[in-house]
Design a protein around this ligand. Structure first.
Ligand code: ADP
Ligand code: ZN
Ligand code: ZN
Length: 736
């Protein structure tokens, strides 16, 4: 009997928006190709490219003689199940992004390699149990080997090889020779984690927290979406953890997404102290092998909690019970380049598909989420008060026009800082700009020190006497004199370095710390700072948005927003929303303990309605009026948006391509879509590339997506499509 022909539809990582059909190799009788199995295939000129089987079909739209055979199957069994594969395909369709690249994005690096990789196994090392004969004294061991032995002695249990490599880098040879000498022994394979016995007691939830927990727990078998709307410090994390306890008791898993700078060792510790179950971590700081291990442990169901940043949304789960996202409005959930997805939106979609609840928490929910709650698509839960004894902070708008200033700090603010320090409290100063001064220019002829590649001002960094472009990273030695007329240059605008300098002269006896990307480049420095703050070793803390979010500083009673005006006059339609969110997040750092907090806002625009609305009526009230503005101008969430972003070194090529692209879409959609532009991006030039965007808006989502599909097919073939860089951004989050 003739066996039926099989065609393998394979996704390969390429910018082309399509899949490729292959024939099975001759081994198919032994190894059955299935969706989710990785394959090695010949692709174009390359002989050996990694791909993933999307489906196995009995027909192909391509002529038989044109099809090539795969080289071989990489796996015996699928590495992801159909459900997870379907999610990736859904994302590829929704974001109109090539499926091969979506898969590439979603798999741990070690699985994207085209090599036969068995299930990842770690080794576990411990001291040898065999009674060592007396002649072991004659065995020579190096100091490095001795260190390993002492460490294992101290731990008194077996230690994973990965852990050992972290403490003793490049110790492979030492381990082997110690094993040869019978001093240590190895077990391979699954290791049962030694769990801590003492688990921190839960706090007693207040009524609001209890209500929230009850309503979520009652819906664990549904696919309801919850918005947990509560000030910073109102106890949202406690609500997450209580709900998670129920989920874990029914032997299901919890995926918890945190913002990029929110996933600190402190928060991981908080979860580990509370739960007696294996916890997996997913973020970009992990080594490839750790990432793979956590990925696999989530897939097999071994880890019950997975904490991660944006990319953790791609972690496969064996038995999902709830999807949680903290600070859902945070911009770090949107991938801004390449595959431009929103982990927040995917989380809601994924929860629906898995038929489990999604829980979105925030002190300052995005307007989209508030909109969905208003429409009763999401269940709105509110925590109106701060948990425990903490009270909401007092705001003070400080008009600094004409006031005595010490660099960026007004005398009034300095005096206020003194009072708080005298009362043995801590102070936090926020300025979202690192470096010393932000503009260097010639008063005589008007010349400015600018990055040629981006045409934006250089920032002066005093600590290493350089000029830096904060956009492309170009750095050069500082100059004192004008390049054009040789006059001495002026420096304007303030950064965190300058605040630190002013503080050092004003408060010589205080301990001052600056936290920004310049001071926290080395691993663990951020955590050291956080520890020092929490143990009272720092009196004044200066920082950028790295300190704005998530951290809990119980002894900070004064927070100052040094320059509140930045962002007030941006043309991005989301600017007010973002400014209000940042404002609330920063002020949320203060008075989180038992002492009352104050927020001082330095501004030249004290009568700006945004400040007044925010301070007088709070974020929720402001968000209502912002939503009204969006509605009247038909902006998202009252319409659906996509950007075509185009960039190239040659500005004419950019304009040519984007103009033609726009015309094509206009024709295709018979004017049912609204097009704006081409307009220059907010960051008009970056690293020598000119950047433009076409704004596409529609009142109906399906309508938008249907046309985009057709349009993209045309764009791929359009003249210039290979000379400019272009990408489509669905539900864009900023105009930069
Ligand atoms: P959020 O996530 O909303 O910022 P957290 O859950 O982190 O708030 O709570 C802030 C602080 O208040 C934490 O130290 C937490 O342990 C404490 N806390 C939360 N809920 C309670 C409660 N019901 N009683 C006492 N302390 C609480
Ligand atoms: Zn630059
Ligand atoms: Zn000059």
């Amino acid at each position: 009997m003739k066996t039926k022909k099989k065609f393998l539809r394979v996704a390969v990582s390429t910018p082309l928006r399509r899949t490729f059909d292959y024939l099975p190799d001759d081994d198919t009788e032994i190894n059955t190709p299935q969706p989710g199995i990785r394959v090695s295939v010949p692709f174009g000129k390359r002989k050996n490219v990694f791909g993933l089987i999307i489906s196995v079909n009995s027909k192909s739209e391509y002529p038989f003689h044109k099809l090539k055979k795969i080289n071989y199957l990489i796996d015996k069994k699928p590495i992801i199940d159909i459900k997870h594969l379907d999610l990736l395909i859904w994302a590829s369709n929704y974001y109109h992004h090539p499926i091969g690249e979506v898969i590439h994005n979603a798999l741990p690096a070690l699985l994207r390699k085209n090599e036969y990789k068995k299930k990842y196994e770690d080794n576990f090392w411990s001291l040898s149990k065999k009674k060592l004969s007396s002649n072991t004294h004659t065995i020579k061991i190096s100091p490095a080997q001795k260190d390993i032995i002492n460490y294992l002695k101290k731990c008194n249990q077996s230690i994973s090889e990965i852990e050992l490599y972290k403490i003793f880098p490049r110790s492979k040879r030492s381990l082997i020779s110690l094993e040869k000498n019978g001093l240590i022994q190895k077990e391979s394979g699954e290791h049962v984690e030694v769990l801590k016995k003492s688990i921190k007691k839960n706090v007693t939830l207040n009524n609001h927290q209890n209500d929230a927990v009850n309503s979520i727990v009652a819906s664990l078998k549904t696919n309801s979406v919850f918005l947990l709307d509560g000030l910073t410090g109102s106890g949202k994390t406690e609500v997450y953890m209580t709900v998670m306890k129920s989920v874990i008791e029914s032997n299901k898993q919890c995926l918890v997404l945190l913002p990029e700078i929110g996933l600190t060792p402190q928060i991981i510790k908080r979860f580990k102290n509370r739960f007696n179950v294996p916890i997996g971590i997913q973020h970009s700081g992990l080594s490839d092998i750790e990432r793979l291990k956590h990925w696999q442990d989530a897939k097999t169901g071994k880890t019950k909690i997975i904490l991660g940043t944006r990319s953790a949304i791609w972690t496969p789960l064996k038995n999902p019970g709830i999807y949680i996202i903290d600070e859902e409005h945070d911009l770090s959930y949107k991938q801004q380049s390449g595959f431009q997805y929103s982990a927040r939106d995917l989380l809601v979609v994924r929860a629906k598909r898995d038929n489990v609840p999604a829980l979105l928490g925030s002190a300052t929910p995005s307007l989209e989420t508030i909109f969905n709650a208003n429409k009763n698509r999401y269940i709105h839960l509110i925590l109106p008060t701060r948990a425990g004894a903490a009270k909401p902070p007092k705001f003070q708008l400080l008009d600094i026009s004409g006031k005595k200033m010490y660099g960026p700090l007004s005398k009034i603010l300095i005096d206020e800082i003194k009072n708080h320090l005298k009362a043995k409290n801590q102070v936090l100063l926020f300025l979202n700009r690192r470096g010393y001064s932000t503009h260097i220019y010639c008063h005589h002829c008007g010349w400015r020190a600018e990055c040629e590649r981006c045409e934006i001002p250089f920032t002066y960094h005093k600590s290493n006497n350089t000029l830096k472009c904060h956009q492309c990273g170009t750095s050069k030695k500082n100059i004192k004199n004008c390049a054009s007329c040789k006059s001495e240059l002026l420096r304007l605008g303030h950064g965190t370095e300058q605040i630190e300098e002013v503080l050092l002269t004003q408060f010589p006896k205080s301990n001052i710390a600056r936290i920004d990307r310049d001071t926290t480049r080395k691993k663990n420095t951020m955590d050291n700072y956080l520890d020092k703050i929490n143990t009272g070793k720092i009196d004044i803390l200066v920082g950028t948005q790295m300190i704005a979010k998530g951290h809990h500083f119980p002894n900070v009673t004064l927070t100052a927003i040094v320059d509140a005006d930045r962002g007030l006059f941006s043309t991005d339609f989301r600017a007010s929303e973002r400014l209000a969110q940042l404002f609330m997040q920063v002020s949320g750092r203060t008075g989180r303990g038992e002492k009352e907090g104050t927020v001082i806002v330095q501004t030249y625009n004290p009568s700006h309605p945004l400040f007044h609305s925010l301070i007088k009526n709070g974020y929720n009230y402001l968000s209502k009026s912002l939503l009204e503005e969006r509605e009247s101008s038909l902006l998202p969430p009252y319409s659906y948006m996509a950007f075509l972003r185009v960039e190239a070194h040659n500005v004419n090529q950019v304009k040519y391509f984007i103009k033609n692209a726009g015309m094509q879409l206009k024709q295709l959609s018979k004017n049912t879509l609204q097009l704006f532009g081409p307009i220059p991006a907010l960051i008009e030039k970056h690293s020598g590339r000119f950047r433009y965007q076409l704004i596409i808006q529609a009142s109906n989502r399906n309508n938008l997506h249907a046309y985009l599909d057709e349009w993209l097919q045309k764009l791929e073939k359009m003249k210039g499509s290979k000379t400019v860089r272009w990408s489509l951004d669905i539900d864009p989050q900023d105009m930069s």
